[in-house]
Write a protein that binds this ligand. Structure first.
Ligand SMILES: Nc1ncnc2c1ncn2[C@@H]1O[C@H](COP(=O)(O)OP(=O)(O)O)[C@@H](O)[C@H]1O
Ligand SMILES: [Mg+2]
Length: 296
């Protein structure tokens, strides 16, 4: 993009507690990660390790996210699911001590190249968090937030309507767009956060346990919505709920924790494959134990 805001700047919509206003369609020719033509492999981690200060959090992850897939990241608490997810749109940049080794490619381009503007990255690769966190603004202004901050030249009414339709929320809110988003139910708020993430026209949505604060009915709505969204977007979801991974994901990545006798524990990717294979015919002994409920 034409400007290179400081990564800690409040102008970075992703730095807001909530959202992750991200991205525009993959194919837009940008100076940032410069996705060329959309590729079958949207995101690719190559020997990706993440440190917080001197402490190794996750080691040596190789994982390719195919386009228009839903990929679930599962595994015990602390194994590095959120850490890896945040590498995919450079949200870890906002953690001062975080440092990566290895590579993350986005449509074949190095996401961590010095030419890449993290704000531009988050425009293309959006994020939705565990706790629905709409801004204390109107429903309309929540969705308009990202495009406004990024000074996108768009027909805002059209963007708001499109995103609310895509997030399966339009019919419930079309008559109260100017009312506070905080008046919505938890499930509606989370769908609003999804709509907000779509407003910058991303091609990837990262979701970190997006249903864990929701009741089963609201959860089912989000899961149904994900099946619609995967037609247009690629989705990576962290979930602690194995049944949810089985219900929604095409592919599943199982992370586990290595506990060396002489050092600190760190996460590794133990197995990555079709969801059906990972749950019904796991190759790795650690996956077998986890999916059978023996540990974790
Ligand atoms: N901001 C942070 N600063 C320091 N350590 C962190 C930070 N975030 C996560 N970690 C550490 O990294 C490891 C992986 O954490 P996380 O990615 O949150 O795991 P998960 O999402 O699988 O529960 C844990 O040991 C955690 O304590
Ligand atoms: Mg987490």
């Amino acid at each position: 993009m034409d400007e290179q805001p400081d990564k800690t700047s409040t102008a970075d919509p992703a730095a807001e507690p909530a959202v992750a206003p991200p991205p525009a369609p993959a194919p837009e020719p940008v100076a940032a990660p410069g996705p060329g033509a959309p590729s079958a492999e949207v995101l690719k981690a190559e020997q990706l390790s993440v440190y917080y200060g001197p402490k190794l959090a996750v080691q040596g992850v190789d994982m390719t996210i195919p386009t228009n897939n839903i990929v679930a990241l599962i595994g015990p608490s602390g194994c590095g699911k959120s850490t890896i997810l945040r590498c995919y749109n450079r949200m870890n940049d906002l953690v001062k001590t975080a440092r990566i080794e290895g590579k993350v490619l986005y449509h074949g381009a190095d996401l961590y190249s010095s030419h890449v503007d993290p704000v531009e990255v988050r425009k293309h690769i959006g994020m939705v968090f565990q706790q629905p966190n709409p801004f204390p603004k109107s429903i309309y202004d929540n969705i308009a937030f990202g495009p406004r901050v990024l000074r996108m030249k768009v027909d805002m009414d059209e963007v708001v309507e499109r995103c609310l339709h895509q997030a399966a929320l339009w019919d419930e809110v079309k008559d109260r767009l100017k009312q506070s988003a905080l008046g919505l139910s938890g499930g509606q708020q989370q769908r609003l956060c999804i709509a907000r993430a779509l407003a910058t026209s991303p091609d990837v949505l990262l979701m970190d346990e997006p249903c864990s604060a929701l009741d089963p009915v609201a959860t089912a709505r989000i899961e149904d919505l994900m099946q619609e969204l995967r037609k247009l977007y690629t989705i990576v979801i962290v979930t602690h709920n194995m049944q949810q991974a089985i219900r929604v994901a095409d592919r599943t990545a199982f992370f586990t924790v290595e506990v060396p006798s002489d050092g600190d524990r760190y996460g590794v990717l133990a197995e990555f494959g079709d969801t059906d294979q990972v749950f019904n015919n796991p190759i790795d002994e650690r996956t077998k134990r986890y999916v059978s409920g023996e540990f974790g």
